[in-house]
Design a protein around this ligand. Structure first.
Ligand code: C2E
Ligand code: CA
Ligand code: CA
Ligand code: CA
Length: 273
């Protein structure tokens, strides 16, 4: 019984200590970072089958004095775990809707999307705020889309459904992000009211080398079309992928092949051409 002895104590390696110190550092600097204007946005284009830009996804960036450039792949999970995501989302919503005014002044048809986290879906005052901001900036809610991951959705199905129906009543649309990556089953697609399926990059990465990936992607696209959902594929990096996906009947494509995330000014310049 005593066999495990001292080894039952948790042992932290220097690398683990360094990782948790960095996470703590990130979490502790988020609020100041927002106040000090260290956060910014990049906009990545989405194109239709004619390669015309039809939308942009807003992606957050953070350049901190001490921490340097922190990728959202790192700070978003930390913000989610430490209860700081709300502060980022409120900043995000203000910034995106403000930027949208300039984008829509050039092209009324552009749809802009932003990413929400699981916690945001429990926050009804967020919906109220979005409504007020859209009104203040005189923006048609149809131009705004929210990207919600499968996992965020499934974390609290009931509340997520309520949140989504309020967003949709307002006239905004919903994309189910990272589709196909979670442990979810297809059955919930009959229970939720989304407009767009975003097929995760993981599938797209291998469609030209793996016939299985190509077949699965093709079937997801067919299913979405049959359900009257829009499909957006993310992570398109080559012409070959783009051609194959267009052949599958994808409505909307996104990825480095069409454009990387760019600051608002570059977006406005590109749209004016
Ligand atoms: P996501 O929503 O799946 O966003 C797509 C990510 O893939 C972005 O990384 C984008 O820059 C990258 N990407 C797009 N096209 C390509 C491509 O062709 N090739 C490759 N290799 N990568 C591509 P990013 O900007 O680093 O964002 C990472 C994740 O962080 C996002 O994944 C999203 O989950 C989260 N995120 C970013 N901004 C926000 C935000 O404002 N709020 C929330 N809640 N999450 C955010
Ligand atoms: Ca997204
Ligand atoms: Ca995604
Ligand atoms: Ca993804």
């Amino acid at each position: 019984a005593k066999a495990s002895g001292r080894n039952t104590h948790l042992i932290f390696s220097p690398a683990m200590i360094e990782t948790s110190r960095r996470k703590l550092n990130i979490a502790n600097n988020i609020n100041d970072g927002i106040k000090e204007n260290e956060f910014s946005l990049r906009y990545q284009p989405k194109v239709n089958s004619l390669s015309e830009v039809v939308g942009y996804e807003a992606l957050a960036r953070w350049d901190n004095k001490k921490l340097g450039n922190v990728s959202p792949a790192e700070f978003i999970p930390v913000a989610e775990q430490s209860g700081k995501i709300s502060a980022i989302t409120y900043w995000l919503v203000h910034q995106v809707i403000q930027d949208m005014q300039q984008i829509l002044d050039i092209n009324r048809k552009i749809k802009v999307s932003l990413n929400l986290s699981a916690h945001d879906l429990k926050d009804t005052s967020l919906v109220t705020l979005v409504g007020k901001l859209l009104e203040k900036h005189n923006i048609n809610p149809m131009n705004l889309q929210f990207e919600i991951t499968e996992s965020a959705y499934l974390e609290n199905f009931e509340l997520a459904n309520q949140f989504i129906s309020r967003i949709k009543e307002m006239g905004c649309s919903i994309a189910l992000d990272d589709f196909g990556t979670g442990y979810s089953s297809l059955s919930y697609l009959t229970k939720i009211d989304i407009d767009t399926l975003k097929v995760d990059k993981q599938f797209i990465d291998n469609i030209c080398v793996s016939e299985r990936n190509a077949i699965i992607t093709n079937i997801i696209v067919d299913m979405a079309n049959a359900l009257n959902l829009e499909v957006c594929v993310e992570g398109v990096e080559t012409l070959e992928q783009s051609d194959l996906l267009a052949g599958f009947g994808c409505h909307t494509l996104q990825g480095y092949y069409f454009g990387k995330p760019e600051p608002l000014n570059s977006v406005l310049t590109a749209l004016q051409k």
